[in-house]
Design a binder for this molecule. Sequence first.
Ligand SMILES: [Ca+2]
Length: 244
Amino acid sequence: PPVQVLLTVLLTVFHLCRCSLRPRHCGDILASGVSEDGVYSVFPVHDPDGFMVYCDMRTDGGGWTVFQRREDGSVNFFRGWDAYRDGFGTSTGEHWLGLQRIFSLTRSGDMELRVDMADFDNATAFARYAHFSVGRDSVNPEEDGYPLSVDGFSGTAGDSFLKHSGMRFTTRDRDQDQSENNCAAYYQGAWWYRNCHTSNLNGQYLRGGHASYADGVEWSSWTGWQYSLRFTEMKVRPRTGPPS
Ligand SMILES: [Ca+2]
């Protein structure tokens, strides 16, 4: 009947407008017709003030909201709790978006995670996880330590993240890992350490092979514990792909 058709049209238009004006994440921005990589404002459902993010609109269909990037060692990643909670660096370069924002992005929908990586010989690999969230079941995510929930691996880099699922975030000044030491201090990073890690993407930017053990930008299933990657990027989008 015409009334139902009209309603469907109106709802579609309303949805498109809402997504264009107040996109929740880069997936909404892509769905509104924008397909250029770059920095955009997003407004997660429970974060009305919004914030700026870098959108990867090309990789595997695009619509990825980037929350971590390493690429040249220009930004110091060996920082304390407040910095990891609030974020640091610049969206177009090396940065960490911040645990509170990652929580905002992943709390309301079922997001997938993609980790893109490159070494110093221009080889690339990726890891993808069908389910990813931070602090999703927490009443107070910061008090809870922004626990990681990740599942459903696929990709070419091998899995170096599943063993971290369920762990709280540890920084050099807030030890929430399962080691008698502080894994962040020991491995010069900040991560959802257990005892201690199979990946350390916020470690020191050591530029390829290094003599020290596991304190660089490591993804052990791809390059072991003594190779610091040239490039890493962590990004999320809705698991079912960009909404239409
Ligand atoms: Ca400890």
